[in-house]
Design a protein around this ligand. Structure first.
Ligand code: GLN
Length: 502
């Protein structure tokens, strides 16, 4: 096996080869870095590449292995981090000019967990500015490119992680999901992306977008890899007041069970009446329907459920999210974090400096959301907007709780469209926002949700989304693995050449 051919293997396969001594962590990490350097000019998936840091970890893993020391199961498998996750001593930009040049002063808890698992961190991936967007087009450093086609966005906000994993630049990566930023890029790039139950993964050290919705999660090429990565990053964290008391366990086992299951009798899957037909590309609906038909054929019981509040979920999301954004972005004031711009003319006061800094350093999407959120929270409008949105949020939670009394999991298309072209939605905000209609309900309800590649439409990948009840992340992985096992590899293997053909 050539160094390049290693890069098409899953993290589970690579870890087995590392443990068996068939490959070394240094060779694997070097091959990863070489491919990143070769492909990044085209894909713009990485904003920071850490050759020295990653190789130092890999070298130590190899030395410890040679010395017969006990190592964590995935030691030596390289990983990338979305650029809103703090890694001590490295640049973190959140895709914004505001933080260009800022160096993280400490490790996020997820990074501590990644380091404890001995995964070499090869760099930080591109994203929409402060995770606001669905295409990476709002990144101050230019968009990432979908490896499935040069003119296509990889989705967003975590398009950099998704493009890196889909393009075989790295076996897996971390993303963050506030309204779909792991799952929608997963659907667009043929990768597996999961948003854990709210509180399952610590948010400490992850730059906040909308704190009641944000959750870090895995981006991978297989369901098993995603499950393994969630287990690595999940932990109880006293530094995050919303952290759950127990970490997630048994996820990889659940994924393995799901992959092996032949007869799906006894499994009840809900299909949402309100998430079909209108608004969905016919090719997306066709893949979704074929997935449902195949699950049914294998013995699963398909139940049509109605979740009437879903119609308003996107509107509620686009009020609650900016409300929280407006408050979280207040810390970028030219004093506490990031860059400062002083006015060229007129008096320099705290106020004029802040105005100049925020005016120059934030892009239009971030400004729009700060303005929208501030307005929605202002006295006189608070109850009309924010209050109504909170009530819808409760309804979404209630509708889902009722659904889960009838079914084990709910499946939907992950996104209404396949990967769209650059520029095709950036002038039509409603169209851009509507791309999140299928993913945002899970964030509003705090439940686990993931996307798994299920087929192709016009040669582009289409993801199917699995919702499970809160704390049932294992069940979500099991169902996703069942879907994966019943699907051919065409939607999850990007047709690009990596190294020599085996
Ligand atoms: N596309 C969504 C938005 O623009 C999702 C963002 C996210 O999950 N970070 O808000």
């Amino acid at each position: 096996m050539t160094a390049e051919n290693m890069l098409t293997l899953s993290a589970v396969e690579l870890a087995a080869k590392l443990r068996a001594g068939e490959i070394t962590a240094v060779d694997l990490t070097q091959a990863t870095l070489d491919r990143i350097h070769a492909e990044n000019e085209r894909l713009n998936a990485f904003l920071f590449i850490d050759d020295a840091g990653a190789l130092a970890v890999a070298k130590q893993v190899d030395a410890d292995r040679a010395a017969g020391k006990e190592l964590p199961p995935f030691a030596g498998v390289p990983i990338a981090l979305k650029d809103n996750i703090c890694e001590h001593g490295t640049p973190v930009t959140c895709g914004s000019k505001m933080l260009d040049g800022w160096i993280a002063p400490y490790d996020a808890t997820v990074v501590k967990n990644i380091k404890a698992a001995r995964l070499p961190i090869v760099g930080h991936t591109n994203m929409d500015e402060f995770a606001m967007g669905s295409s990476t087009e709002t990144s101050a450093f230019g968009p990432s490119v979908n490896p499935w086609g040069d003119g296509l966005t990889p989705g967003g906000s975590g398009g950099g992680s998704a493009a890196a994993v889909a393009g075989y630049l790295v076996p897996w990566a971390l993303g963050s999901d506030t309204g779909g930023s792991i799952r929608q890029p997963g659907s667009f790039t043929g990768t597996v992306g999961a948003k854990p139950t709210y509180g399952n993964v610590s948010r400490y050290g992850v730059v906040a977008m909308a704190s009641s919705l944000d959750q870090v999660g895995p981006v991978a090429r297989t369901v098993a890899d995603a499950a393994a990565l969630q287990e690595i990053i999940s932990s109880h964290d006293p530094l995050d007041s919303t952290s759950l008391p127990e970490p997630a366990t048994g996820l990889l086992e659940a994924a393995d069970d799901g992959a092996k299951a032949k007869d799906l009798a006894g499994l009840r899957l809900g299909v949402v009446k309100e998430l079909a037909g209108e608004g969905f590309e016919p090719g997306v609906s066709a893949v979704f329907e074929a997935t449902v038909a195949s699950l049914k054929e294998r013995g699963a019981k398909i139940v049509e459920i109605s979740l009437p509040s879903f119609e308003y979920a996107i509107a509620a999301y686009y009020l609650i999210m900016p409300a929280e954004v407006s408050s979280n972005m207040a810390r970028f004031d030219g004093v506490r974090y990031g860059n400062r711009v002083e006015p060229e003319t007129g008096p320099v006061t705290a106020e004029t400096m802040m105005k100049e800094t925020r005016g120059k350093m934030f892009g239009p999407e971030v400004k729009r959301r700060i303005i929208l959120g501030t307005y929605a929270l202002s006295s006189g409008h608070y109850d009309q907007f924010y209050g109504s949105a909170l009530r819808v949020r409760t309804l979404v939670q209630r509708d889902l709780a009722e659904a889960f009394a009838q079914v084990d999991a709910v499946i939907t298309p992950t996104a209404p469209t396949t990967a769209f072209k650059f520029g095709s939605k950036s002038d039509d905000l409603m169209a851009m926002y509507m791309n999140d209609m299928t993913t945002t309900p899970a964030n509003l309800a705090g439940i686990p949700a993931m996307s798994v590649p299920a087929g192709l439409s016009d040669g582009l990948p289409v993801g199917v989304q699995v919702f499970a009840p809160a704390h049932e992340d294992a069940r979500m992985y099991k169902v996703a693995a069942m879907i994966e096992a019943g699907t051919d590899t065409s939607a999850r293997e990007c047709p690009i050449t990596v190294g020599e053909e085996a």
